[in-house]
Design a protein around this ligand. Structure first.
Ligand code: MTE
Ligand code: MO
Length: 510
């Protein structure tokens, strides 16, 4: 009797695990085919389409907008029951369990083949599901009659069975989760592709001719999305849809407000070109980029909540828990601090904060540029700390004046005579006043500046050098419009940004 009970139990587990493995395998195989190829979704959609009208009406009446979820839960419950049945039948009357599995797979194929979005390849995932489920069921049920004293050769020991079930269940769970995560990313990508950005009521000023230098190796004034630097702590890019997005604003406010995507769409959008910079940028580094940002003035939003007179910090939280703390004074002093939804004419790329992030000119990203932002707390610097400030980085994070040499290439060899030296300089929200170049320990010489776009963007520069033969070191330094010149002393990025002159060694020879 004990043995029979254990056999039945093993059968039930075999059924669960076999069907679970089959479902996971189907979802995994569907991934590279299309986000419409998921057999699970196809069966659910099939059932909705083919359920009698009264059942559908009943479901909508009973579950309201939760009807889809109710269907998925109901369907999962039926699958679990049928899986148990398949296992039981298979241990007592093989191969009847396989018939149940085949019926499952058949329904999947039927569902896939009759979808309006149907492509021939869509029948592959349910077939793979059926084959995997069948194979696992045969394997586990073969070992399912427990060993007894009379028949020590038969089946697997309890331990072997448990290990087999555990391994297959874990593998299925992991692949199922991966498949779900990836297909969700697919959904968000599709949503982003179809998203229509509002037309700005205030457009960015035109870029003056000459903002870009016409020499090879110079940094272009605008940075495209594909090459824009990316810095964040996210192991996995958060996947937040515009439907799920909300910004809760609370703390030292007259009234709490929660904004939705539709609320944003009802506001006037503005477009601004701003250079973003990371505090971790080393002297000469490339953790800076300039984009055309589309968004909403942060002050318009703060006006809706009424900021308390004692507050001095905006603590912004990302959907992944990361936080930045920005001085309110920098947001409300008239600069273009924005809640951003668009980057260079497109919705934000996922890795740059889709659907909503911040950009505050003049502040390093770690204290200002919160991506995937969902929460604003109006607070005080003596009460709250943000992610990086807790870890020893500077509290307020204004961007330090910087300049770098972009050409000629490091350690390059140039013929004597005219050499065009060119580079980039930035001092966001103060503006670049002057860039100077020095050869070896010669005098500082003034470089030519490209026309200024705004004090919130970087500025290209060049200098014509009549280069004599030999090995030389070029140095550059910038002076901002507050009159401060970059110091020579090298300081590491931690805690509040690197300083020091950028230099480049090259050879001039005929
Ligand atoms: N949610 C979140 N937002 C974040 C970060 C992060 O780690 N998590 N990093 C910040 C830092 S340090 C910088 S420099 C900028 C970089 O923005 P980008 O990746 O779009 O260039 O994002 C900021 N926003
Ligand atoms: Mo950063």
């Amino acid at each position: 009797m004990r043995v029979r009970a254990e056999t039945a139990l093993r059968g039930v587990f075999s059924g669960f695990v076999a069907v679970g493995a089959g479902v996971a395998a189907g979802e995994l195989v569907a991934l590279p085919i299309s986000r419409f190829a998921s057999p699970y979704q196809a069966v659910a959609a099939f059932l909705v389409d083919h359920s009698p009208a009264f059942a559908r009406e009943w479901a909508i009446e009973t579950f309201g907008t939760g009807d889809k979820q109710a269907l998925m839960i109901g369907m999962s419950a039926i699958i679990v029951l049928l899986a148990a049945l398949a296992g039981l039948v298979q241990v007592w009357r093989p191969p009847l369990g396989l018939v149940v599995v085949a019926a499952f797979a058949g329904l999947g194929v039927l569902a896939a083949a009759t979808r309006p979005t149907m492509q021939p390849l869509y029948v592959v995932p349910p077939i793979v599901s059926g084959v995997v489920a069948g194979a696992v069921l045969i394997l586990l049920c073969r070992g399912s009659s427990p060993r007894t004293a009379d028949d020590p050769e038969q089946g697997w020991s309890r331990r072997q069975f448990v290990v087999a079930v555990g391994v297959i269940a874990a593998a299925s769970a992991v692949s199922g989760l991966v498949a779900r995560q990836v297909s969700r990313a697919g959904d968000i990508l599709a949503e982003r592709m179809g998203l229509r950005l509002p037309t700005p009521t205030s457009t960015a000023p035109a870029i003056p001719p000459g903002a870009d230098l016409d020499v090879e190796g110079a940094t272009s004034f605008m940075t495209d999305n594909a090459t824009f630097y990316r810095i964040d702590t996210a192991l996995q890019v958060p996947q937040l849809s515009t439907d799920d997005w909300q910004l809760r604003i609370h703390g030292m406010v007259d009234k709490e407000v929660t904004l939705t995507w539709d609320d944003l769409m009802a506001m006037g959008a503005r477009e601004r070109i701003v250079t973003l910079t990371c505090v971790s940028n080393e002297v000469g580094g490339d953790l800076a980029g300039t984009a055309r940002w589309l968004g909403f003035p942060m002050t318009d939003i703060l006006d809706q909540v009424g900021v308390g007179a004692d507050a001095d910090m905006l603590l912004s939280t990302s959907v992944d828990g990361w936080t930045s703390g920005s001085p309110l004074s920098a947001i409300t002093d008239g600069r273009d601090a924005m809640l951003v939804i668009g980057m260079n004419g497109e919705p934000l790329p996922l890795e740059h904060g889709y659907p909503v992030r911040q950009v505050i000119p003049g502040l390093y990203g770690y204290v200002s540029a919160c991506k995937w932002v969902v929460d604003w707390e109006i607070t005080r610097f003596d009460r709250a700390q943000a992610y990086w400030t807790k870890r020893g980085w500077g509290v307020r994070g204004p961007i330090k004046t910087a300049s770098r040499i972009d050409r000629p290439a490091p350690l390059s060899v140039q013929p004597p005579g005219k050499v065009i030296v060119a580079g980039t300089a930035w001092a966001q929200h103060r503006g670049i006043d002057r860039v100077e170049v020095r050869v070896d320990d010669g005098p500082w010489q003034q470089a030519e500046l490209a026309p200024e776009y705004s004090i919130d963007t970087w500025r290209q520069w060049f200098w014509e050098w009549d280069a004599p033969a030999g090995q030389h070191t070029l140095y550059c330094r910038a002076t901002d419009k507050a009159g401060r010149t970059q110091p020579e002393q090298r300081v590491a990025p931690i805690p509040d940004g690197a300083t020091g002159w950028h230099s480049r060694v090259l050879r001039i020879e005929a």
